[in-house]
Design a protein around this ligand. Structure first.
Ligand code: ZN
Ligand code: ZN
Length: 364
């Protein structure tokens, strides 16, 4: 994202055309110098300013112009609110709200209709059982330590994985945590910590996914996909049953020109949508969710079977070009080879039972 200087009201080409807001903005820009949280503040304001304009840029600069003791808490408050910069509960709340909306619709309409149509009770209760499992995995995943690297566990975590010399080089230090990065670790800018076997930061569970909670994330994703698929199947079965019982497919309707037409799929979907608007809307949503989550679940299974993290997968794909700053330039480029894979079964086992130093020492 970049600010177009020509359209930036803080920097108009003609000083006479400066509005009072732009003048204040320019004056404040000159004032801002020091704020420990300036980088984060600028990120927050950058995101907002791209959408709204000069006021936010002025606001950001004003924060930085404040005495440090005042600016820092305001910056921290802004950090907490920005889902793009630091840890935030925004996506977790959105996630819960969507789940509540789907389950409310299922309980309120789909369940009673299906019960009337004599669907099996166990089938109708299955989404609730899956929800209970999903909530359990969600809590474990968001609460568990993903593998935060601290001064006390740093030495032992350094021994777990070898440096591959391509994606992970020996001797690279994390400037924030001020310690050498163990192989396969990464500093998370949301949590502001280095994480062992870093996969990614998940905004939906509001936690990093690392060596010690990857298994919970895997189950969480799996139960969520199966839950969405189950609700989609039950709802679709209900609508199909309605169509079959009313013998709608063999009926006809009068079109705008007064002609009698046989019922086709488009008319059927329109009719169902007008009769059960919320149910059809929810069905569309859960089908989309099932497809997206199913694809992501398959991708995660592929990563688990090949012993790669999302971070490594992205990095290895970019390693073909020289513009990635942490990798070797093209002329002396190191060909990336995944040295961590030990066969599909052992790789899968590693997700559910991350290796410890003791096991590592036993093997050597
Ligand atoms: Zn770090
Ligand atoms: Zn994180």
């Amino acid at each position: 994202m970049s600010v177009d200087r020509a359209s930036d009201p803080c920097s108009p080409s003609d000083p006479i055309s400066l509005s009072p807001a732009a003048w204040t903005c320019r004056w404040l820009k000159g004032k801002l110098q020091s704020c420990q949280r300036a980088t984060c503040c600028m990120k927050v304001n950058f995101v907002v300013s791209c959408k709204i304009g000069c006021f936010e840029i002025c606001f950001g600069n004003y924060l930085n112009a404040l005495p440090l003791g005042v600016a820092a808490p305001v910056c921290q408050a802004l950090e907490g609110r920005s889902p793009f910069c630091c840890r935030s509960h925004l996506f977790t709340v959105l996630h819960v709200a969507l789940e509540v909306a789907v389950y409310a619709e299922y309980t309120w309409e789909v369940f009673p209709y299906c019960w009337e149509l004599e669907f099996h009770l166990l089938l109708l209760l299955l989404p609730y059982l899956l929800l209970a499992g999903n909530i359990g995995c969600f809590v474990l995943c968001s609460r568990a330590d993903p593998g935060i690297i601290t001064k006390s566990n740093h030495a032992s975590l350094m021994k777990i994985y070898a440096y591959d010399g391509a994606l992970f080089q020996k001797g690279v230090r994390c400037p924030t945590c001020d310690m050498e990065k163990p192989a396969r670790s990464k500093h998370c800018r949301f949590c502001n910590v280095c994480v062992h076997r870093f996969d990614h930061h998940c905004v939906w569970v509001n936690n990093c996914i690392g060596a010690f909670n990857a298994r919970y994330f895997f189950f969480y994703l799996f139960t969520l996909t199966v839950t969405a698929a189950t609700i989609a199947i039950i709802t679709a079965a209900f609508l199909i049953q309605v169509v079959l019982l009313t013998n709608m497919l063999h009926g006809s309707y009068i079109d705008d020109q007064g002609q009698e037409q046989a019922v086709e799929i488009r008319f059927l979907i329109q009719h169902l949508f007008l009769t059960f608007p919320r149910i059809v809307f929810m069905l569309g949503f859960v089908i989309l969710l099932t497809l997206l989550l199913g694809a992501y679940c398959c991708f995660n299974l592929y990563l688990a079977l090949t012993n790669q993290t999302s971070n490594e997968w992205h990095k290895s794909r970019r390693s073909g070009c020289s513009h990635h700053p942490t990798l070797q330039p093209c002329d002396r480029q190191v060909v990336y080879k995944n040295i961590y894979s030990k066969g599909a079964w052992m790789n899968l086992k590693e997700i559910f039972k991350p290796p410890t130093v003791l096991e590592k020492e036993k093997k050597t």
